[in-house]
Design a protein around this ligand. Sequence first.
Ligand SMILES: [Zn+2]
Length: 456
Amino acid sequence: MLRSQTALWAALSALAGLAGGCQQADRARIDRDLIGEVMMGSEFAENLRAIAQPGGRVSGSPNAHAAERYVADKLREYGLANVHLEPFEMMSWYDRSTVVTVLDEPPCLLAQATGLGNTLSTPPEGVTAEVLDMGAGGEEQFEEASGQLPGKYALVSDGGASRRQKAAWAVRYGAAGLIVHSRPGREVLIGNGHAEPHALPVVVIGADDGAALVQRLSAGERVRLNVTIDAESWLARPNNVVGEIPGMGSLANEVVILGAHLDSWHLAEGAIDNANGAATVLETARALARVEWRPRRTLRFILFMGEEHGLRGSQAYVQAHAAELDDIVAVVNVDMPGAPRQFGTCGHPEIVDFLKSVQEALPAYEISPDVGNSTGFWSDHAPFMRAGVCAVYLSGELGPGAKYYHTARDTYDQVDRRQTVQSAAVFAVLLRRLADCPERPSARFDPVGLQAEMGW
Ligand SMILES: [Zn+2]
C-alpha cells in the first residue's frame, strides 16, 4: 500500500513537474513572442510621429484632445477592452509670446525667452523695471537683497532651489518679477513658475543673454528690462485615456498598470517628453494584445493628461479610483524612455527580487543587475506612491536628444527610435510576468504611516 501510494505520488509529482515544465516553457515562448512582435511588427515610430508632429499637446488644447482620440482609437484597433476617456478639470496654461527687451544702451531684444507655467499676461505695454543680480537665487540671497529688491527684477541662475520656490521668494520680497538664466550650453527650458496662476512675470532666458546681463551689472551698469507676456490660462477639461487586457481566473481583479503622460509643453512637439512614452505604452499594449495569451491579472494602460502642470491627471485618477488602490499590484510609469538600462522601484523593496528575475531573463538587453530606488515625485507615479501603491520604473539611455526635453527643439527627429523601441519589448515581458506570477510580488503600504515616515 505504502509502496504503491509512494509510486502514485511520484507519478503525480512527475506529471505536475511535467505540467510545470510545460507551463514554464510556454511562458518563455510567450516572452520570446512578445519580443519578436515588437522587433518585427513595431508601430512605435509611426505612433510617435502621429502623436508628436501635430505639435505641442498642452492639456485641454485642441491638439491634446486630438491626441486623446488618436490613442483611444489605437487601443481599440489593437483589440483592447474597456477603452474609454476619463475627464477631469484643471487649470491649463501656455504663453503665446514672451518678449524681453533690454532698454538701456545698447538696447536689444533677447534672442530667446519663455514665460514659466501659470504666469499671467502682463499689461500690453509690459512691465519695465531695473534688474538686480541675485546669483543662484537662494533664500539667503533673497533675504540679503530684501532692502533693494522691491520693484526690481530678480536675475537668478538656474539650479539649486526650484524655479517655483524662487518665484515664491520673488513674490514674498516684492520683486517686479523673476528672470531665470539658463545653464551654459543648455536651451531655454520651460517648466512651472507659479503654484497657482499669478501676474508676477516669471521668465527663462538664454545662457548667453544671462551672462551678458550679469557682466553689465557687475560692471556697475544700471540695466532696465521690459517683459511682455501674452499668456492663456483657463479651466480645462482634459481626459485620461484608459484601455485594458482583462485577466482570467481568480486573480483577474488584481491590476497591473502601465502608464505614460500624453500631454506636453507647447514650445515644440513634446516628442522626447513624452510622445515617446505614450508611443511606448501603445506599442507594449499592441504586442501584449497580439500574442496568443491571456493574463491572470488585468493589464490596464493609461495615457495621462496634465502631468506637466503638476501631475493633475494621475492625481485625478488616484482620487477617482481610491477604492480600488488595494488591487493595484504595480504601476509602471514610462516618462522619457530610451535604451533600457535599469529597473527601479519607488520605495518598495519587496519587489526587488522579482525585478531582478526579469532582468536575469533578458540578458541581451544590458540592463543593470542592480535595481534602483527613487522616491522622487518627478512624474505620474507620484500620486500612486503617496497612496502606498508599488511604483516601478525602467530608466533608459535617451541619446544626444535627451537634453532637448522641455525646449523648442523637442521634436520627433531627436528621439532615438531604434533604441527606444527596445523598452517596449522589455515592458511587455515585465508586464506579462507581473500579470502571471502566482504570488503577488508587491504590497500596498499604509499611506498615512508612509507619509509620516518619509516626511511627505
Ligand atoms: Zn515627462
